[in-house]
Design a protein around this ligand. Sequence first.
Ligand SMILES: NC(=O)c1ccc[n+]([C@@H]2O[C@H](COP(=O)([O-])OP(=O)(O)OC[C@H]3O[C@@H](n4cnc5c(N)ncnc54)[C@H](O)[C@@H]3O)[C@@H](O)[C@H]2O)c1
Length: 397
Amino acid sequence: MDYMDEKVKNDLSSRILMALVLMTFCIILLRESAGFMDPKAKYFSRHELGVTHVLVTGGAGYIGSHAALRLLKDGHRVTIVDNLSRGNMGAIKILQDLFPELGRLQFIHADLGNAKAVNRIFRENAFNAVMHFAAVAYVGESTVEPLRYYHNITSNTLLILEAMARHNVNTLIYSSTCATYGEPEKMPITEETPQFPINPYGKAKKMAEDIIIDFSKTTSMTVMILRYFNVIGSDPEGRLGEAPRAELHEHGWISGACFDAGRGIIPGLKIRGTDYKTPDGTCIRDYIDVSDLVDAHVKALAHAQLGKLGIYNVGTGQGKSVKEFVEACKRAIGKDINVEYLSRRPGDYAEVYSYPSKIRRELNWTAQHTNLQISLQIAWRWQKSHVNGYGPPTIVS
Ligand SMILES: NC(=O)c1ccc[n+]([C@@H]2O[C@H](COP(=O)([O-])OP(=O)(O)OC[C@H]3O[C@@H](n4cnc5c(N)ncnc54)[C@H](O)[C@@H]3O)[C@@H](O)[C@H]2O)c1
């Protein structure tokens, strides 16, 4: 009797053990087999011959959403990662509606400062390249909250690089800025112009560049660093636009202020400094249309070869004064705008414009949309039809 009890007990325990082993095995198998939870996931978790899967960080933002649109139009597979701190779910929704087919676009709501989340994203997806747009990006704000900028820009870029290395993703296109040059002594700015950034935004980007460049020297990774000048305009077909949160308008760019004045949200424009050594006394900047900028990214991706490090200025090479910009804006919106002329703002420099010959020579890229008025007209059309931007930031995955 005792012997029988023992035998039954042993039988039972070995069955339970076997069942547990089987269950664990099944769970592992199911977790590993992409598409168990979500049939869409399998497209993104495997490399497919002839398909380039691009991770677009910050793809809910202004430039990232335009880049995602172009990549999707060109037939690429796109994963957007954004924490929506500054971007718009509305932009994602538009892209999802334009490209509803399985395996074209997925959106992941995540913070790139979260190392666990970043690693998971790289583990679960088979990327061929990363376009890293995500960043906080206001010079003024960076002087008030420097640590936020170093964390968001420099430290998050480091996390992404580590994840790329760990998961064998070998192409990075990095969004940098002419703010890394600071106040150069000589114009125009070439890629050889010494970089001495003067604000935390520019410094954080320069540090991120340094980390990327140092790392690229030790690996076979291809890195393209694009230093943008002042970005304007929007999708010529009117699907996407620039829609910063209301609270960020005060930090924003001149085009945003111009449109706000055109819509009567602010009483007019304040131009700071009319006694610079420039033909009309106002500052000169290099304005690059977002369609051209996105094209530079596509060309950078196409020219990416293993082990290559490419650093390029992305500008038109033509400086336009603030007065010229305001006149173009008035014509674009078809209204007069109140302009108040004030004394100089500390830290502003007279002239900033690029010498974009390296990118023309090496990537066969030149700016095509160099008429300020037309770029602003296109952007104004979108602004007029989206008085509340993309609407409230609800998350729809
Ligand atoms: N707009 C310009 O004129 C300009 C000029 C030079 C360089 N840049 C660079 O271009 C890039 C894009 O700028 P933009 O004008 O489109 O800005 P944006 O604010 O419109 O877009 C940035 C996006 O990144 C997201 N983001 C920020 N921090 C994040 C985080 N921790 N995790 C996940 N997502 C995060 C935001 O939610 C937003 O959607 C930035 O790197 C910026 O520094 C912009």
